[in-house]
Design a protein around this ligand. Structure first.
Ligand SMILES: CC(C)(COP(=O)(O)OP(=O)(O)OC[C@H]1O[C@@H](n2cnc3c(N)ncnc32)[C@H](O)[C@@H]1OP(=O)(O)O)[C@@H](O)C(=O)NCCC(=O)NCCS
Length: 311
């Protein structure tokens, strides 16, 4: 019986040495296509991330003593009801024996007992087995990228509104991003209505997820927060043609606060915003940017009109 042979363990740093030797996603031969993410995962495994609790839920073959499966979970101090779930792997020799299902069920129990209400994960649309396993446990697809990446969220109704409605009476302030912001920012990005479609790929995160940004030195970022809750992020990437800016966030007010912070220090700032993206255009216009031209480009397999803004 698979249940007798394989045991499930919830591991936290410092991770056991034999587990680190097994952990697939820091090995170049496993993660060659996503080499940049490997440095970030190595940080999770070896150093830990300040303000963030990373757990590995892992399966061990008790006959051979070998680790055979793992998934990563991440919870931040500032958004303890939200969690990331990712990098799921079961050794091909013991797939389809129920090991993966037991790992997921242990994640749900562990996170539920810790007060987590929302768990988000990225996967691929062609991975029907994984999507079915998540769907049967309450995850729903929130966003599908034309190239096949999908994002799934498991949450009670109304959680987003209850936890992420800014209080109009309290200030929103901007400062540098902290690792503890990222789980919440990723949750905002995973919303179907997030005004993010035109974020240039690679500018903020791995298409959607800010957590996986590996090169924070490659750009200047500002996060707008109410109390400790992140509500918007703006970015300034310096290039030959000036400082290219972008912003996304929960609403116009938070986006203005984050964008103002990066725009103030930027030399020759400019931006490109989708013509139909009224919210983001209004944010740039509120800060004094003027539209200086338009062009068309195919983005996410759709023909889009982009408006160029300059200060
Ligand atoms: C996806 C993966 C982690 C699942 O682990 P596993 O140990 O093989 O999964 P299980 O045997 O527990 O099966 C999980 C569920 O899929 C079902 N299933 C198993 N084999 C299946 C198959 N070939 N086709 C469809 N469903 C299948 C099981 O019935 C089970 O259903 P349940 O939700 O009712 O419990 C594992 O197959 C794997 O590592 N795949 C490669 C990497 C990957 O795809 N990772 C996920 C990225 S998000």
């Amino acid at each position: 019986m698979a249940d007798d042979r394989y045991s499930i363990h919830v591991l936290q740093r410092p991770f056991p040495e034999d587990f680190i030797a097994f952990y697939p996603y820091i090995k170049p031969e496993v993660l060659d296509k996503h080499i940049a993410w490997r440095s970030w995962l190595s940080r999770v495994v070896f150093d830990g991330v300040p303000g963030v609790r990373d757990l590995m839920v892992a399966a061990r073959d008790d006959e051979s003593g070998e680790w055979v499966g793992v998934v990563w979970l991440s919870v931040s101090e500032t958004s303890p009801e939200l969690a990331h779930f990712g990098w799921f792997h079961v050794d091909p020799r013991c797939q389809s024996l129920g090991v993966g299902a037991r790992i997921v069920d242990t994640c749900l129990e562990t996170l539920g007992a810790a007060g987590v209400q929302m768990i988000m994960l990225p996967t691929q649309i062609e991975n029907e087995r994984a999507i079915g396993m998540y769907f049967r446990r309450g995850w729903r697809i929130t966003i599908a990228h034309p190239e096949g990446d999908v994002w799934m969220v498991r949450e009670p109704d109304g959680l987003y509104e209850r936890t992420f409605t800014p209080d109009p009476a309290r200030p929103i302030t901007a400062s540098e991003p902290r690792p503890s912001d990222f789980v919440a920012l990723d949750y905002l990005l995973a919303r179907p209505s997030a005004p993010i479609r035109l974020l240039p790929l690679g500018l903020v995160g791995s298409r959607r997820f800010v957590s996986f940004v590996h090169d924070w030195q490659g750009a200047r970022h500002a996060v707008a927060r109410q109390d400790e809750r992140p509500m918007a992020i703006a970015v300034d990437v310096e290039g030959d043609g000036g400082a290219k800016l972008d912003v996304f966030g929960i609403d116009r007010r938070a986006m203005v606060v984050a964008l103002r912070e990066v725009a103030e220090g930027a030399a020759k700032p400019w931006a490109e915003v989708g013509a139909s993206d009224r919210l983001r255009r209004a944010v740039f216009e509120e800060l004094g940017f003027r539209m200086t031209g338009t062009r068309c480009e195919t983005l996410a397999r759709a023909q889009m009109e982009l408006c160029r803004y300059e200060l």
